[in-house]
Unconditional design. Structure first.
Length: 255
């Protein structure tokens, strides 16, 4: 089956520069608080270990923060840092605190990160509910777009048994309609690949072919849609097996 020929997880390399970054939660522009730490800096909200002393120091600083918005953001950044360092449970604990204490701050981003932590811990049923909660928060938080449906679909591809494909297609369509034009080739590639994968999985091969061709076109693109970031986020390195699969799917459009 062609769907089974798609490698998972998909590996894509992308170039970045300036104040933009891409991760599981999508592309974002750093705020002053989130500006990446320079080598050798010791930001109290970017600890890569979580000993009792680390936690005590973090919460002491957090208590001195002036606004709930900042506190929620510090909890999110520290949780993300710990997740990337491999301490996913500690990250999850911090996100639960953020949701409990600051339920109306950073809602979509925090809930998405929580879903990713649950997924990383192998708690797939809980992650499913968490992804749905994150998507609802994104709906309500109109000024922020976190690519929740895309992250949801990419995660569940690894264990997809067909139960969620129709739901994920509906969520992706809603998300793309809200997003409008894709600002980066890599983002367009990820959405297009995911649509092709899901549509092929439900047997809609002609529609899958159109998205597969769009993914291949995004891969071929040499410049970004953003004029001031021409070398940013180009899908310039896709695994050969993924490209072969896309070409096989795209061929259905020629029949």
């Amino acid at each position: 089956m062609l769907l089974a020929g798609l490698p998972a997880p998909l590996r894509i390399r992308a170039r970045t520069r300036g104040g933009l970054t891409w991760g599981p939660s999508g592309w974002s522009v750093y705020s002053d608080v989130e500006q990446p730490a320079m080598a050798g800096s010791r930001d109290w909200y970017r600890k890569t270990t979580w000993t009792n002393d680390d936690a005590e120091d973090f919460f002491a600083h957090l208590e001195r923060s002036r606004a709930d918005t900042n506190r929620a953001q510090y909890l999110k950044i520290q949780a993300r840092t710990l997740k990337e360092a491999g301490d996913v449970q500690a990250a999850l604990d911090l996100l639960d605190i953020a949701i409990e204490k600051f339920p109306n701050r950073e809602t979509a981003q925090i809930r998405l990160l929580r879903a990713e932590c649950l997924w990383a811990l192998g708690l797939h049923d809980e992650a499913l509910d968490a992804y749905r909660s994150a998507f609802q928060a994104q709906r309500e938080q109109r000024n922020i777009h976190c690519n929740v449906a895309l992250s949801f679909a990419e995660a569940f591809h690894d264990v997809d048994n067909g139960l969620y494909r129709v739901e994920l297609l509906d969520l992706l369509r809603e998300e793309v309609a809200e997003l409008g034009a894709f600002p980066f080739q890599l983002l367009e590639f990820r959405y297009s690949l995911t649509f092709a994968r899901l549509l092929a999985g439900v047997g809609e091969m002609r529609r899958a072919a159109k998205w597969a061709e769009r993914a291949l076109a995004a891969k071929r693109a040499e410049t970004s849609a953003l004029p001031h970031h021409s070398a940013l986020a180009v899908a310039n390195a896709v695994e050969e097996q993924t490209e072969i699969w896309l070409r096989q799917i795209a061929a259905w459009g020629d029949e």
